[in-house]
Design a binder for this molecule. Structure first.
Ligand SMILES: [Zn+2]
Length: 274
């Protein structure tokens, strides 16, 4: 079994011209894939580095350019995603575990695969190296890749925010902290689908929560409501206490469990503070 330690860089929407809009079906488009392949003894046996030509967000967002040093011209000369992901997928080979720093890159990888209709990549085995590192160091807060590199005394030879360079640093961390008996490999695909089902269930409840006055605990009619993917806002007025109430409910993940957290608070409008 091999370990594929990968890192991605993304481009996203930027309003260069009036009237331009983001594509809601793909918020972050991959513009670079970098990866290091390790064998079961954690020896490096391969490298992958590819610039991807964006098809949705063709001009590089200025913030992305500043961070990644990839400009629009370089990106436009890259490999189209479908070709690049095919190359990446065959380079990965059979019986491999995908590994990355945190959760965002695997999520972004799957989003891009879904958007471009590529279904040959398996998301069944995944290791979140950030989590392994946090466990190793006993950290509660998510550390940056750079701070982990510093924490482990790994020499900083190349700049961060280059997909290959970040994949290389992540693999160095992995080699230092991975414990084979730790059971760090998860079925990411299954966890992801379970989470999405759970979020959908909670979402249907979220829009129906009741709002109460924090002062007298009386149920209040909703005057106005705003519903988002994982958040819900409602507003009302308690006629007994003569208070404006703002309600916020959100779906949060607390150490792996999804729940709804609700809060009713009093808010003062200008008119009320007479
Ligand atoms: Zn009240």
């Amino acid at each position: 079994m091999n370990y594929i330690v990968f890192d991605l860089e993304f481009n996203m929407f930027f309003k260069f011209k009036e009237g331009e809009n983001a594509n809601p079906a793909l918020k972050s488009e991959i513009i670079q894939i970098g990866a290091v392949k390790l064998n079961e003894k954690l020896e490096t046996i391969g490298k992958f580095d590819s610039i991807i030509k964006p098809l949705i967000y063709k001009r590089i967002n200025p913030y992305v350019k500043k961070k990644t040093m990839i400009n629009t011209r370089q990106a436009s000369q890259g490999t189209p995603f479908v070709q690049a992901i095919q190359n990446f997928s065959s380079w990965i080979g059979e019986d491999s575990v995908l590994c990355s720093w945190g959760h965002d890159d695997i999520l972004g990888l799957r989003d891009n695969c879904l958007f471009f209709d590529f279904n040959q990549l398996s998301f069944d085995k995944f290791i979140n190296i950030q989590q392994v590192y946090m466990k190793y160091e006993g950290l509660a807060k998510q550390p940056s890749l750079e701070s982990a590199v510093e924490g482990l005394g790994i020499e900083k030879t190349t700049p961060f925010h280059d997909a290959f360079s970040d994949a290389f640093y992540t693999s160095e961390i992995f080699i230092k902290v991975f414990n084979f008996s730790s059971g760090a490999i998860i079925n990411w695909q299954k966890v992801q689908i379970d989470n999405e089902i759970k979020i959908r269930e909670l979402k249907s409840v979220l829009d129906q929560v009741t709002i109460v006055c924090p002062q007298c605990s009386k149920l209040i009619d909703k005057d106005k409501e705003v519903s988002k993917t994982k958040k819900y806002f409602a507003f009302g007025y308690c006629a007994v206490c003569r208070l404006h109430i703002r309600h916020v409910s959100r779906i949060v993940n607390n150490s792996g469990e999804y729940n709804i957290i609700s809060n009713n608070s009093i808010y003062n409008t200008e008119e009320e503070t007479e």
